[in-house]
Design a protein around this ligand. Structure first.
Ligand SMILES: [Zn+2]
Length: 200
């Protein structure tokens, strides 16, 4: 994938997520891997309305989220995209401020347990007898701190991270797989919040 193709794909995905209420204001950011060695990603630029991005509103970053672009400013959260892509081997990382993951993180700050739900299949897990724990890490403005917390709880079979009082990261081989996982995870977390008991 070249930068123009990446820009077109990222703008289209952002428009979709904006329509779902997942990228309110200028929040959220998406990335796709352009090269592996060394790692290079295309990530959405900072500060723009995510419903109105064009193919040009992306910038290339390295594994630390740094860019050599003289003009465009990557999202402040780009460093965590790089870390996730590096550690997990993902080809695409999405970060959105969906409500259900944040509410779930509030109830289960040490991780959100999911089990025996059909939609787990859409997240890459089993619908029966599979104990899934979605990691929750405290929010931080320091992407190194967030990246370290992510690595502590990382499991290859659990492609998501909730950042408390903030949002969620979901990743996959490509933007489509990441989106499908994010949609299913949102359903799973909404169900779990709405059916919670006091003995959580
Ligand atoms: Zn965010």
């Amino acid at each position: 994938m070249d930068l123009l193709e990446a820009g077109e794909a990222l703008a289209a995905e952002c428009a979709r997520y904006t329509a779902m209420g997942w990228m309110r204001g200028t929040s959220g950011n998406l990335s796709v891997v352009l090269d592996r060695d060394p790692l290079r990603l295309a990530v959405t630029v900072s500060g723009k309305d995510k419903g109105e991005l064009t193919a040009d509103d992306v910038v290339i970053i390295d594994a630390e989220g740094a860019t050599t672009d003289p003009v465009k400013i990557p999202s402040a959260e780009a460093g965590l995209h790089g870390r996730i892509a590096q550690v997990s081997g993902a080809g695409a990382v999405i970060h959105v401020h969906a409500m259900a993951p944040v509410v779930a993180g509030e109830y289960w700050p040490r991780g959100v347990p999911l089990r025996d739900l059909e939609m787990l299949k859409g997240f890459g897990r089993s619908a029966h007898d599979d104990d899934v724990l979605i990691p929750v890490v405290p929010n931080s403005q320091d992407m190194r701190v967030l990246g370290d917390a992510f690595e502590v709880g990382y499991r290859k079979d659990t492609p998501a991270l909730i950042v408390a009082r903030h949002g969620v990261y979901v990743w996959g081989d490509d933007l489509h797989q990441a989106r499908h996982r994010a949609e299913c995870l949102d359903w799973l977390l909404r169900f779990t919040v709405e059916t919670r008991r006091d003995n959580r």
